[in-house]
Design a binder for this molecule. Sequence first.
Ligand code: MG
Length: 203
Amino acid sequence: MKIIAIGRNYAEHARELNNPIPTDPVIFLKPDTALLKDNKPFYYPEFSNEIHHEIEVVLKISKEGKHISEKFAKGYYEEIGLGVDFTARDIQQKHKEKGLPWELAKAFDNSAPVSLFIPKTDYKNIYDLNFHLDVNEHTVQVGQTSNLLFSFEFIIAYVSKFFTLKKGDLIFTGTPQGVGSVNIGDRLAGYLENEKLLDFEIR
Ligand code: MG
């Protein structure tokens, strides 16, 4: 399986990092070795001094597809969950300045903790979902899917022009404003519509 992630999909987050509002989605990948499941602890890597949290809604692809039209894209994901797109911001900043790719900042081991997945039919409207991240019981990021710049269906249509989507692939759909550093000893809790789906420690 592969993990596809969208950068800058909430305008306020693009602004907080002094990035332009994109006209096309910013796409990057994480390998399957980035996955961290079952609320296992995240071990702070030695190569970075600035690991940032990015709480995101994650789509789980339910069937194979290529060149999926936006109109039919809703048939390609049945479940959604939450994930954290851990980012080595110090490495990313250096690479951005040099115009280099982001893999070392984004795709390292365990950089993609994900929750369990919930049928999207459990929610009345997936474009009216509140989600938030607490660090040590303080809310640091609050998101609302009505603020997405690119809809879930648009993202599926767009990425499937380039990559065949396979059952079990995950799409991280972008983070709202409020990204910040994590530290050893922190406890991260992610909520989707006030249901706690993520709850793990930084070690
Ligand atoms: Mg992200």
